[in-house]
Every structure is written in C-alpha cells, then in structure tokens.
Design a protein around this ligand. Structure first.
Ligand code: RB5
Length: 143
C-alpha cells in the first residue's frame, strides 16, 4: 500500500517524526511537504495531497496542520476525498469501515506522537465494510 504524508508548518514536526518512525517499520511514506517550519498555506498542501489520491498515485494519505481543522476542510472540498480527523481508536476504525476515508487527518499542535501512531495504525489496517448502506451514503456525497 502506498501512503503519502503532507503538512503545513503547524504539522511539520509531527510529520518528520512519523516519516522517521515508519521508515524504521519498513513503511516509506511519500513526503509531499512542506519541507521546513516556514509558514505556508494549508489549502495548497491539501490540494497537493488530494491530487495524489484522486489520480491514484497513492492509496491513502496523512494530512496534518496545527489543529487538523483547516486542512481537512480544504481536502474535503474535492469530490472523491473523504478526510477524517482521528481522535480516538474507535473513530480511527469507523472512519475506514463506515466512511471509507482515504485521508487520516491530525492536529500537530493538539495530538501526541504516540496517539497519532496508534490511530493511524488502526486506520491503515482496517477495510471498508462495503455494506450497502455505507456505500450508498458515500455515493450520495459525490452526487
Ligand atoms: C497555522 O498557524 C494554523 O492556522 C494551521 O496549521 C491550522 O491549524 C489551521 O486550521
């Protein structure tokens, strides 16, 4: 599975830690930036990620800004994108099972590294349930 990661400056530190951690687990995350602590705009970062997801260059993504809010609002403006802020283990599972979320979102200034890893590992290892009612609701989103 190919996974991309991107953040604005508010999520830069957490992004760098996650890249290092998953490299050691033999999982190379495709780093779409930003590449320094210098201030940048989360809508640009979200757009970069959504292009990668929509053209199927990667299977799923991780987006991080300071709160997780701005970057998820920006990503979710695109049809076919389902970006979910993960704030507990059950939400991490349900975001995949019920919503078939394709981007996990975190708040770099709000969440600890350990909780983010825990939630993302659940997210990436959970499949969409494919039950009719969930597929129907997802289809309605893109109408
Ligand atoms: C940047 O300072 C901050 O506003 C941004 O990272 C994010 O939290 C916005 O929702």
């Amino acid at each position: 599975m190919k996974i991309a990661i991107a953040s604005d400056h508010g999520g830069f530190e957490l992004k760098q830690k996650l890249i290092k951690y998953y490299e050691k687990q033999d999982l190379r995350l495709v780093d779409l930036g930003t590449h320094s602590e210098e201030s940048c705009d989360y809508p640009d970062i979200a757009q970069l990620m959504t292009n990668y997801i929509l053209d199927k260059s990667v299977d799923m993504g991780i987006l991080i800004c300071g709160t997780g809010i701005g970057i998820s609002i920006a990503a979710n403006r695109n049809k076919g994108i389902r970006a979910a802020i993960l704030y507990n283990q059950e939400v991490a599972r349900l975001a995949r099972e019920h919503n078939n979320a394709n981007i996990a979102v975190f708040g770099g200034r709000m969440q600890s590294f350990d909780e983010v890893v825990k939630y993302f590992d659940i997210f990436r290892n959970t499949s969409f349930s494919k039950e009719n009612r969930h597929q129907r609701r997802i289809d309605e989103l893109d109408k």
